[in-house]
Write a protein that binds this ligand. Sequence first.
Ligand code: NAD
Length: 477
Amino acid sequence: MTQPIEVRNPRTGMPDYRFTPPTERELDTLATRLREGQRDWAAADAAHRGQVLQDWAARIEARRDDLAAALEADTGRRRLARLEIDGAIASIRGWASRAAALMPRSDWVEGRANPAIRHAGQYLPYPLVGVISPWNFPLTLSLIDAIPALAAGCAVLVKPSEVTPRFAEPLSATIGEVAGLAGVLALAPGVGETGQGVIARADLVCFTGSVATGRKVAAQAARRLIPAFLELGGKDPLIVTKTAPVEAAVTAALRGSVLSTGQACQSIERIYVAREIHDAFLERLTDEARKVRINWPDIASGEIGPIIFEAQAETIRRQLEDAVKKGAEVLTGGTVERHGGGLWLKPTVLTNVDHSMAIMTEETFGPVLPVMAFETEDEAVALANDTEFGLSAGVFAGTLKEAEVIARRLQTGAVSLNDAALTAVFYEAEKQAFKASGLGPSRMGDAGLTRFLRRKALIANTGAPAPLSAFAEEAGS
Ligand code: NAD
Protein backbone atom coordinates (compact mmCIF):
# COMPACT_ATOMS: atom_id res chain seq x y z
CA MET A 1 0.00 0.00 0.00
CA THR A 2 1.24 3.50 -0.76
CA GLN A 3 0.41 6.32 1.66
CA PRO A 4 -2.20 8.98 0.76
CA ILE A 5 -0.67 12.39 0.04
CA GLU A 6 -2.21 15.61 1.33
CA VAL A 7 -1.77 18.41 -1.20
CA ARG A 8 -1.30 22.02 -0.11
CA ASN A 9 -3.31 24.74 -1.84
CA PRO A 10 -0.91 27.52 -2.93
CA ARG A 11 -3.44 30.29 -2.16
CA THR A 12 -4.45 29.16 1.32
CA GLY A 13 -1.48 27.11 2.47
CA MET A 14 -3.98 24.46 3.60
CA PRO A 15 -4.28 20.90 2.37
CA ASP A 16 -7.48 20.63 0.32
CA TYR A 17 -6.85 17.59 -1.88
CA ARG A 18 -5.74 14.07 -1.22
CA PHE A 19 -4.65 11.28 -3.53
CA THR A 20 -2.95 7.93 -3.25
CA PRO A 21 -0.04 7.19 -5.59
CA PRO A 22 -0.22 3.89 -7.44
CA THR A 23 1.33 0.79 -5.89
CA GLU A 24 3.99 -1.22 -7.69
CA ARG A 25 1.33 -3.72 -8.64
CA GLU A 26 -0.96 -1.00 -10.01
CA LEU A 27 1.93 0.39 -12.05
CA ASP A 28 2.56 -3.11 -13.40
CA THR A 29 -1.08 -3.42 -14.44
CA LEU A 30 -1.06 0.02 -16.07
CA ALA A 31 2.17 -0.62 -17.96
CA THR A 32 0.95 -4.01 -19.20
CA ARG A 33 -2.35 -2.55 -20.37
CA LEU A 34 -0.62 0.32 -22.19
CA ARG A 35 1.89 -2.01 -23.86
CA GLU A 36 -0.95 -4.19 -25.12
CA GLY A 37 -2.91 -1.18 -26.40
CA GLN A 38 0.16 0.18 -28.14
CA ARG A 39 0.36 -2.72 -30.59
CA ASP A 40 -2.86 -1.76 -32.39
CA TRP A 41 -2.13 1.93 -31.94
CA ALA A 42 1.23 1.61 -33.73
CA ALA A 43 -0.25 -0.67 -36.39
CA ALA A 44 -2.95 1.90 -37.23
CA ASP A 45 -1.84 4.68 -39.53
CA ALA A 46 -0.95 8.17 -38.42
CA ALA A 47 -4.21 9.54 -39.87
CA HIS A 48 -6.22 7.29 -37.53
CA ARG A 49 -4.15 8.36 -34.54
CA GLY A 50 -4.61 11.95 -35.64
CA GLN A 51 -8.40 11.51 -35.66
CA VAL A 52 -8.40 10.03 -32.13
CA LEU A 53 -6.27 12.94 -30.95
CA GLN A 54 -8.65 15.44 -32.60
CA ASP A 55 -11.53 13.79 -30.71
CA TRP A 56 -9.55 14.15 -27.52
CA ALA A 57 -9.01 17.89 -28.14
CA ALA A 58 -12.79 18.25 -28.52
CA ARG A 59 -13.40 16.46 -25.20
CA ILE A 60 -10.89 18.71 -23.41
CA GLU A 61 -12.64 21.72 -24.89
CA ALA A 62 -15.98 20.40 -23.64
CA ARG A 63 -14.58 19.94 -20.12
CA ARG A 64 -12.55 23.13 -20.10
CA ASP A 65 -14.25 24.50 -16.98
CA ASP A 66 -13.63 21.37 -14.85
CA LEU A 67 -10.05 21.24 -15.93
CA ALA A 68 -9.57 24.97 -15.36
CA ALA A 69 -10.97 24.73 -11.81
CA ALA A 70 -8.54 21.92 -10.94
CA LEU A 71 -5.57 23.62 -12.55
CA GLU A 72 -6.47 26.87 -10.82
CA ALA A 73 -6.40 25.09 -7.46
CA ASP A 74 -3.09 23.47 -8.41
CA THR A 75 -1.35 26.71 -9.36
CA GLY A 76 -3.28 29.54 -7.69
CA ARG A 77 -3.59 31.40 -10.99
CA ARG A 78 -6.62 31.81 -13.24
CA ARG A 79 -5.63 33.18 -16.62
CA LEU A 80 -2.49 31.08 -17.00
CA ALA A 81 -4.51 27.98 -16.08
CA ARG A 82 -6.85 28.70 -18.99
CA LEU A 83 -3.97 29.52 -21.29
CA GLU A 84 -2.41 26.14 -20.41
CA ILE A 85 -5.62 24.39 -21.46
CA ASP A 86 -5.93 26.37 -24.70
CA GLY A 87 -2.27 25.64 -25.41
CA ALA A 88 -2.81 21.91 -24.84
CA ILE A 89 -5.79 21.86 -27.21
CA ALA A 90 -3.81 23.73 -29.87
CA SER A 91 -0.85 21.40 -29.41
CA ILE A 92 -3.01 18.26 -29.77
CA ARG A 93 -4.63 19.67 -32.90
CA GLY A 94 -1.28 20.75 -34.32
CA TRP A 95 0.45 17.38 -33.87
CA ALA A 96 -2.68 15.49 -34.96
CA SER A 97 -2.85 17.37 -38.24
CA ARG A 98 0.88 17.10 -39.00
CA ALA A 99 1.61 13.57 -37.76
CA ALA A 100 0.99 11.78 -41.06
CA ALA A 101 3.27 14.16 -42.96
CA LEU A 102 6.00 13.85 -40.34
CA MET A 103 6.17 10.04 -40.34
CA PRO A 104 9.34 9.29 -42.35
CA ARG A 105 8.95 7.55 -45.74
CA SER A 106 10.69 4.25 -46.20
CA ASP A 107 11.28 3.66 -49.93
CA TRP A 108 14.01 1.29 -51.11
CA VAL A 109 17.22 3.11 -52.05
CA GLU A 110 20.08 1.74 -54.13
CA GLY A 111 23.39 1.59 -52.26
CA ARG A 112 26.09 4.13 -53.18
CA ALA A 113 29.07 1.82 -52.60
CA ASN A 114 27.41 -1.28 -54.05
CA PRO A 115 24.28 -0.75 -56.19
CA ALA A 116 23.41 -4.46 -55.81
CA ILE A 117 22.57 -3.79 -52.20
CA ARG A 118 19.46 -1.76 -51.44
CA HIS A 119 18.11 -0.49 -48.18
CA ALA A 120 14.89 0.76 -46.73
CA GLY A 121 14.02 2.18 -43.35
CA GLN A 122 11.40 1.06 -40.93
CA TYR A 123 10.44 3.53 -38.22
CA LEU A 124 9.23 1.97 -35.03
CA PRO A 125 7.82 3.93 -32.12
CA TYR A 126 9.16 3.17 -28.65
CA PRO A 127 6.33 1.07 -27.21
CA LEU A 128 5.95 2.71 -23.80
CA VAL A 129 7.12 6.26 -23.11
CA GLY A 130 7.24 7.43 -19.48
CA VAL A 131 6.72 11.14 -18.86
CA ILE A 132 7.65 12.69 -15.50
CA SER A 133 6.59 16.31 -15.06
CA PRO A 134 7.13 19.21 -12.62
CA TRP A 135 4.68 21.54 -10.83
CA ASN A 136 5.24 24.89 -12.53
CA PHE A 137 3.07 24.27 -15.62
CA PRO A 138 1.38 21.03 -14.60
CA LEU A 139 -0.78 20.44 -17.69
CA THR A 140 1.56 21.85 -20.34
CA LEU A 141 4.57 19.90 -19.12
CA SER A 142 2.63 16.66 -18.67
CA LEU A 143 1.50 16.82 -22.30
CA ILE A 144 4.35 18.52 -24.16
CA ASP A 145 6.12 15.19 -24.77
CA ALA A 146 3.07 12.92 -24.44
CA ILE A 147 1.19 14.36 -27.44
CA PRO A 148 3.91 13.91 -30.09
CA ALA A 149 4.78 10.49 -28.59
CA LEU A 150 1.15 9.41 -29.03
CA ALA A 151 1.06 10.83 -32.54
CA ALA A 152 4.20 8.82 -33.36
CA GLY A 153 2.53 5.58 -32.21
CA CYS A 154 3.82 5.17 -28.65
CA ALA A 155 1.76 4.49 -25.54
CA VAL A 156 2.39 7.01 -22.76
CA LEU A 157 2.34 6.81 -18.98
CA VAL A 158 2.47 10.27 -17.38
CA LYS A 159 3.53 10.89 -13.78
CA PRO A 160 2.47 14.42 -12.78
CA SER A 161 4.08 16.15 -9.81
CA GLU A 162 2.76 15.43 -6.32
CA VAL A 163 2.69 19.22 -5.76
CA THR A 164 0.06 19.82 -8.48
CA PRO A 165 -1.89 16.59 -9.12
CA ARG A 166 -5.48 17.90 -9.14
CA PHE A 167 -5.75 18.39 -12.90
CA ALA A 168 -5.10 14.67 -13.49
CA GLU A 169 -8.67 13.70 -12.52
CA PRO A 170 -10.56 15.86 -15.03
CA LEU A 171 -7.92 15.20 -17.69
CA SER A 172 -8.24 11.44 -17.15
CA ALA A 173 -12.01 11.84 -17.54
CA THR A 174 -11.48 13.32 -21.00
CA ILE A 175 -9.18 10.44 -21.93
CA GLY A 176 -11.85 7.94 -20.87
CA GLU A 177 -14.37 9.62 -23.17
CA VAL A 178 -12.38 9.04 -26.36
CA ALA A 179 -12.63 5.62 -27.99
CA GLY A 180 -9.20 4.09 -28.33
CA LEU A 181 -7.27 6.60 -26.22
CA ALA A 182 -7.45 5.11 -22.70
CA GLY A 183 -5.67 1.99 -23.98
CA VAL A 184 -2.56 4.03 -24.79
CA LEU A 185 -2.55 6.98 -22.41
CA ALA A 186 -2.77 7.06 -18.61
CA LEU A 187 -1.91 9.51 -15.85
CA ALA A 188 -0.50 8.27 -12.56
CA PRO A 189 0.11 11.16 -10.17
CA GLY A 190 2.64 10.24 -7.54
CA VAL A 191 5.85 10.99 -5.70
CA GLY A 192 9.51 10.47 -6.62
CA GLU A 193 9.21 6.75 -6.05
CA THR A 194 6.33 6.62 -8.52
CA GLY A 195 8.64 8.32 -11.02
CA GLN A 196 11.22 5.61 -10.40
CA GLY A 197 8.49 3.04 -10.98
CA VAL A 198 7.69 4.66 -14.33
CA ILE A 199 11.35 4.59 -15.39
CA ALA A 200 11.55 0.93 -14.34
CA ARG A 201 8.75 0.05 -16.77
CA ALA A 202 9.17 2.42 -19.72
CA ASP A 203 11.22 2.03 -22.91
CA LEU A 204 12.11 5.73 -22.98
CA VAL A 205 11.69 8.42 -20.35
CA CYS A 206 10.95 12.13 -20.89
CA PHE A 207 11.76 14.05 -17.74
CA THR A 208 11.13 17.73 -17.03
CA GLY A 209 12.36 18.97 -13.68
CA SER A 210 15.38 19.99 -11.66
CA VAL A 211 19.02 19.21 -12.45
CA ALA A 212 19.36 17.24 -9.20
CA THR A 213 16.46 14.90 -10.00
CA GLY A 214 17.48 14.81 -13.67
CA ARG A 215 20.81 13.27 -12.66
CA LYS A 216 18.97 10.53 -10.72
CA VAL A 217 16.64 9.88 -13.65
CA ALA A 218 19.61 9.67 -16.03
CA ALA A 219 21.41 7.23 -13.73
CA GLN A 220 18.38 4.96 -13.43
CA ALA A 221 17.76 5.09 -17.18
CA ALA A 222 21.44 4.31 -17.79
CA ARG A 223 21.20 1.21 -15.61
CA ARG A 224 18.28 0.04 -17.77
CA LEU A 225 19.96 1.26 -20.98
CA ILE A 226 16.89 3.22 -22.04
CA PRO A 227 17.07 6.76 -23.44
CA ALA A 228 16.33 9.63 -21.08
CA PHE A 229 15.32 12.95 -22.65
CA LEU A 230 15.99 15.52 -19.93
CA GLU A 231 14.62 19.08 -19.84
CA LEU A 232 16.10 20.65 -16.72
CA GLY A 233 16.70 23.96 -15.02
CA GLY A 234 18.10 27.22 -16.28
CA LYS A 235 19.67 30.52 -15.26
CA ASP A 236 18.78 32.47 -18.37
CA PRO A 237 20.66 35.72 -18.97
CA LEU A 238 19.43 38.77 -20.86
CA ILE A 239 22.03 41.06 -22.44
CA VAL A 240 20.94 44.62 -23.17
CA THR A 241 23.36 46.56 -25.39
CA LYS A 242 24.00 50.32 -25.37
CA THR A 243 21.97 50.76 -28.58
CA ALA A 244 18.85 49.02 -27.20
CA PRO A 245 15.65 51.06 -26.79
CA VAL A 246 15.32 51.20 -23.00
CA GLU A 247 11.52 51.09 -22.84
CA ALA A 248 11.15 47.99 -25.03
CA ALA A 249 14.06 46.22 -23.35
CA VAL A 250 12.49 46.80 -19.94
CA THR A 251 9.14 45.49 -21.19
CA ALA A 252 10.80 42.28 -22.40
CA ALA A 253 12.97 41.89 -19.29
CA LEU A 254 10.07 42.32 -16.88
CA ARG A 255 7.67 39.99 -18.68
CA GLY A 256 10.44 37.47 -19.36
CA SER A 257 11.35 37.38 -15.70
CA VAL A 258 8.14 37.73 -13.70
CA LEU A 259 5.45 36.06 -15.82
CA SER A 260 4.19 33.04 -13.85
CA THR A 261 6.02 34.53 -10.84
CA GLY A 262 9.30 33.48 -12.43
CA GLN A 263 8.32 29.84 -12.07
CA ALA A 264 9.34 28.91 -15.59
CA CYS A 265 12.52 27.22 -16.76
CA GLN A 266 13.09 29.87 -19.45
CA SER A 267 12.57 32.86 -17.12
CA ILE A 268 15.14 35.63 -17.32
CA GLU A 269 17.10 35.27 -14.08
CA ARG A 270 19.97 37.77 -14.58
CA ILE A 271 20.31 40.92 -16.66
CA TYR A 272 23.50 42.45 -18.02
CA VAL A 273 23.15 46.03 -19.25
CA ALA A 274 25.67 48.18 -21.11
CA ARG A 275 27.13 50.82 -18.80
CA GLU A 276 25.93 53.62 -21.15
CA ILE A 277 22.24 52.88 -20.53
CA HIS A 278 22.50 51.00 -17.23
CA ASP A 279 21.12 53.75 -14.97
CA ALA A 280 18.21 54.60 -17.26
CA PHE A 281 17.36 50.92 -17.66
CA LEU A 282 17.52 50.23 -13.94
CA GLU A 283 15.36 53.22 -13.07
CA ARG A 284 12.66 52.32 -15.58
CA LEU A 285 12.77 48.62 -14.66
CA THR A 286 12.32 49.48 -10.98
CA ASP A 287 9.38 51.81 -11.78
CA GLU A 288 7.67 49.17 -13.94
CA ALA A 289 8.34 46.37 -11.44
CA ARG A 290 6.68 48.42 -8.68
CA LYS A 291 3.46 48.55 -10.72
CA VAL A 292 3.09 44.74 -10.92
CA ARG A 293 0.24 43.43 -8.77
CA ILE A 294 -0.12 40.04 -7.10
CA ASN A 295 -3.41 38.19 -7.65
CA TRP A 296 -4.42 38.46 -4.01
CA PRO A 297 -7.03 38.69 -2.55
CA ASP A 298 -8.88 38.48 -5.86
CA ILE A 299 -7.63 35.72 -8.13
CA ALA A 300 -9.22 37.58 -11.05
CA SER A 301 -6.91 40.59 -10.59
CA GLY A 302 -3.20 41.35 -10.88
CA GLU A 303 -0.43 39.91 -12.98
CA ILE A 304 1.34 37.34 -10.85
CA GLY A 305 0.21 34.39 -8.77
CA PRO A 306 1.56 32.76 -5.63
CA ILE A 307 4.72 30.74 -5.18
CA ILE A 308 3.26 27.31 -5.86
CA PHE A 309 5.70 25.08 -4.01
CA GLU A 310 6.31 26.22 -0.42
CA ALA A 311 9.94 25.01 -0.34
CA GLN A 312 10.67 27.25 -3.34
CA ALA A 313 10.03 30.34 -1.18
CA GLU A 314 12.85 29.22 1.10
CA THR A 315 15.26 28.93 -1.84
CA ILE A 316 14.37 32.46 -2.96
CA ARG A 317 14.72 33.83 0.59
CA ARG A 318 18.10 32.15 1.02
CA GLN A 319 19.41 33.54 -2.26
CA LEU A 320 18.18 37.08 -1.50
CA GLU A 321 19.71 36.96 1.97
CA ASP A 322 23.05 35.77 0.56
CA ALA A 323 23.01 38.55 -2.06
CA VAL A 324 22.23 41.30 0.45
CA LYS A 325 24.89 39.99 2.84
CA LYS A 326 27.43 40.25 0.02
CA GLY A 327 26.46 43.83 -0.84
CA ALA A 328 23.45 43.66 -3.17
CA GLU A 329 20.83 46.39 -2.87
CA VAL A 330 17.10 45.65 -3.19
CA LEU A 331 15.41 48.45 -5.16
CA THR A 332 11.89 47.03 -4.97
CA GLY A 333 10.24 43.84 -3.69
CA GLY A 334 12.57 41.54 -1.80
CA THR A 335 10.25 40.10 0.83
CA VAL A 336 8.19 36.94 0.51
CA GLU A 337 4.72 38.01 1.67
CA ARG A 338 2.21 35.73 3.36
CA HIS A 339 -1.45 36.41 2.56
CA GLY A 340 -4.20 34.06 3.71
CA GLY A 341 -1.69 31.25 4.10
CA GLY A 342 -0.27 31.57 0.56
CA LEU A 343 3.14 33.02 -0.34
CA TRP A 344 3.74 35.80 -2.86
CA LEU A 345 6.82 37.71 -3.95
CA LYS A 346 6.50 41.00 -5.82
CA PRO A 347 9.01 41.58 -8.62
CA THR A 348 12.34 42.10 -6.95
CA VAL A 349 14.96 44.30 -8.63
CA LEU A 350 18.51 44.03 -7.34
CA THR A 351 21.61 46.09 -8.07
CA ASN A 352 25.27 45.82 -6.95
CA VAL A 353 25.27 42.12 -7.77
CA ASP A 354 28.12 39.91 -8.94
CA HIS A 355 28.86 36.25 -9.63
CA SER A 356 29.98 35.52 -6.07
CA MET A 357 26.26 35.54 -5.19
CA ALA A 358 23.95 32.53 -5.50
CA ILE A 359 21.31 34.84 -7.02
CA MET A 360 23.58 35.12 -10.11
CA THR A 361 24.60 31.47 -10.40
CA GLU A 362 21.89 29.17 -8.98
CA GLU A 363 18.38 28.76 -10.38
CA THR A 364 16.03 31.09 -8.44
CA PHE A 365 12.66 30.21 -9.99
CA GLY A 366 11.11 33.43 -8.72
CA PRO A 367 10.35 36.98 -9.98
CA VAL A 368 13.82 38.28 -9.21
CA LEU A 369 15.73 40.62 -11.55
CA PRO A 370 19.37 41.16 -10.60
CA VAL A 371 20.94 43.79 -12.87
CA MET A 372 24.66 44.13 -13.53
CA ALA A 373 26.50 46.63 -15.78
CA PHE A 374 29.03 45.60 -18.42
CA GLU A 375 31.66 47.60 -20.30
CA THR A 376 32.29 45.56 -23.46
CA GLU A 377 30.49 43.00 -25.58
CA ASP A 378 33.16 40.42 -24.72
CA GLU A 379 32.52 40.97 -21.03
CA ALA A 380 28.75 40.60 -21.48
CA VAL A 381 29.19 37.33 -23.38
CA ALA A 382 31.66 36.00 -20.80
CA LEU A 383 29.27 36.83 -17.95
CA ALA A 384 26.28 35.26 -19.75
CA ASN A 385 28.29 32.08 -20.44
CA ASP A 386 29.71 31.92 -16.90
CA THR A 387 27.19 29.34 -15.67
CA GLU A 388 26.64 25.60 -15.38
CA PHE A 389 23.30 26.05 -17.20
CA GLY A 390 22.61 26.45 -20.92
CA LEU A 391 18.86 26.46 -21.43
CA SER A 392 18.18 29.74 -23.22
CA ALA A 393 19.05 33.44 -23.21
CA GLY A 394 17.97 36.81 -24.58
CA VAL A 395 19.74 39.67 -26.33
CA PHE A 396 18.22 43.12 -26.76
CA ALA A 397 20.04 45.49 -29.12
CA GLY A 398 19.36 48.46 -31.41
CA THR A 399 19.14 46.19 -34.44
CA LEU A 400 18.49 42.47 -34.94
CA LYS A 401 21.83 42.25 -36.75
CA GLU A 402 23.67 43.48 -33.69
CA ALA A 403 21.69 41.16 -31.43
CA GLU A 404 22.43 38.20 -33.72
CA VAL A 405 26.21 38.68 -33.48
CA ILE A 406 26.00 38.35 -29.69
CA ALA A 407 23.35 35.59 -29.78
CA ARG A 408 25.64 33.39 -31.87
CA ARG A 409 28.28 33.55 -29.13
CA LEU A 410 26.02 32.31 -26.31
CA GLN A 411 26.25 28.71 -25.11
CA THR A 412 22.54 28.03 -24.81
CA GLY A 413 19.96 25.97 -26.68
CA ALA A 414 17.92 29.00 -27.74
CA VAL A 415 18.30 32.77 -27.80
CA SER A 416 15.48 35.31 -28.02
CA LEU A 417 16.50 38.33 -30.08
CA ASN A 418 15.03 41.72 -29.17
CA ASP A 419 12.67 40.03 -26.75
CA ALA A 420 12.96 37.51 -23.91
CA ALA A 421 11.79 33.97 -23.16
CA LEU A 422 10.28 33.44 -26.62
CA THR A 423 10.58 29.66 -26.21
CA ALA A 424 7.58 29.91 -23.88
CA VAL A 425 5.36 30.91 -26.77
CA PHE A 426 7.06 29.72 -29.96
CA TYR A 427 7.45 25.95 -30.37
CA GLU A 428 8.47 25.63 -34.02
CA ALA A 429 12.24 26.07 -33.72
CA GLU A 430 14.26 22.95 -32.86
CA LYS A 431 16.52 23.40 -29.87
CA GLN A 432 18.48 21.31 -27.41
CA ALA A 433 19.54 22.17 -23.90
CA PHE A 434 23.25 22.88 -23.42
CA LYS A 435 25.39 22.02 -20.40
CA ALA A 436 23.50 20.93 -17.26
CA SER A 437 20.14 22.16 -18.61
CA GLY A 438 19.36 18.87 -20.27
CA LEU A 439 20.10 16.04 -22.61
CA GLY A 440 18.48 14.57 -25.69
CA PRO A 441 16.95 15.64 -28.99
CA SER A 442 14.74 18.68 -29.49
CA ARG A 443 11.20 18.55 -28.10
CA MET A 444 10.39 21.58 -30.26
CA GLY A 445 9.91 21.56 -34.03
CA ASP A 446 9.48 18.42 -36.15
CA ALA A 447 12.06 16.49 -34.07
CA GLY A 448 9.52 16.69 -31.24
CA LEU A 449 7.74 13.78 -32.96
CA THR A 450 10.46 11.97 -34.87
CA ARG A 451 12.59 11.50 -31.71
CA PHE A 452 10.05 8.87 -30.62
CA LEU A 453 10.80 6.64 -33.62
CA ARG A 454 13.61 4.09 -33.71
CA ARG A 455 15.28 3.61 -37.09
CA LYS A 456 15.51 0.07 -38.33
CA ALA A 457 17.37 -0.74 -41.55
CA LEU A 458 16.24 -3.41 -44.02
CA ILE A 459 19.25 -4.21 -46.21
CA ALA A 460 18.64 -6.39 -49.30
CA ASN A 461 21.14 -7.99 -51.64
CA THR A 462 19.86 -8.20 -55.22
CA GLY A 463 22.97 -10.13 -56.31
CA ALA A 464 24.60 -13.35 -55.15
CA PRO A 465 25.80 -13.47 -51.51
CA ALA A 466 29.60 -13.17 -51.22
CA PRO A 467 31.28 -16.48 -50.32
CA LEU A 468 33.59 -16.74 -47.34
CA SER A 469 36.47 -17.37 -49.76
CA ALA A 470 36.23 -13.76 -50.92
CA PHE A 471 37.68 -12.86 -47.51
CA ALA A 472 40.38 -15.58 -47.41
CA GLU A 473 43.91 -14.35 -46.59
CA GLU A 474 45.05 -15.65 -50.00
CA ALA A 475 42.38 -13.60 -51.83
CA GLY A 476 44.74 -10.62 -52.11
CA SER A 477 45.94 -7.63 -50.16
P1 NAD B 1 11.77 18.07 -9.43
O1 NAD B 1 13.00 17.61 -10.11
O2 NAD B 1 11.80 18.24 -7.96
O3 NAD B 1 10.55 17.09 -9.74
C1 NAD B 1 10.15 16.80 -11.05
C2 NAD B 1 9.38 15.49 -11.08
O4 NAD B 1 10.26 14.41 -10.76
C3 NAD B 1 8.24 15.39 -10.09
O5 NAD B 1 7.15 14.77 -10.72
C4 NAD B 1 8.80 14.48 -9.00
O6 NAD B 1 7.82 13.74 -8.30
C5 NAD B 1 9.66 13.54 -9.82
N1 NAD B 1 10.75 12.86 -9.10
C6 NAD B 1 11.35 13.20 -7.93
N2 NAD B 1 12.34 12.31 -7.64
C7 NAD B 1 12.36 11.41 -8.65
C8 NAD B 1 13.17 10.27 -8.93
N3 NAD B 1 14.16 9.88 -8.14
N4 NAD B 1 12.92 9.58 -10.06
C9 NAD B 1 11.94 9.95 -10.91
N5 NAD B 1 11.14 11.02 -10.70
C10 NAD B 1 11.34 11.74 -9.58
O7 NAD B 1 11.39 19.44 -10.15
P2 NAD B 1 10.22 20.45 -9.76
O8 NAD B 1 10.63 21.19 -8.53
O9 NAD B 1 8.91 19.76 -9.80
O10 NAD B 1 10.22 21.45 -11.02
C11 NAD B 1 11.00 22.59 -11.10
C12 NAD B 1 12.22 22.36 -11.96
O11 NAD B 1 11.81 21.97 -13.26
C13 NAD B 1 13.05 23.59 -12.16
O12 NAD B 1 14.42 23.26 -12.02
C14 NAD B 1 12.76 24.00 -13.59
O13 NAD B 1 13.77 24.74 -14.22
C15 NAD B 1 12.56 22.68 -14.23
N6 NAD B 1 11.82 22.81 -15.48
C16 NAD B 1 12.45 22.61 -16.67
C17 NAD B 1 11.77 22.80 -17.86
C18 NAD B 1 12.43 22.60 -19.20
O14 NAD B 1 11.72 22.50 -20.20
N7 NAD B 1 13.75 22.55 -19.29
C19 NAD B 1 10.44 23.19 -17.82
C20 NAD B 1 9.84 23.40 -16.60
C21 NAD B 1 10.53 23.20 -15.42
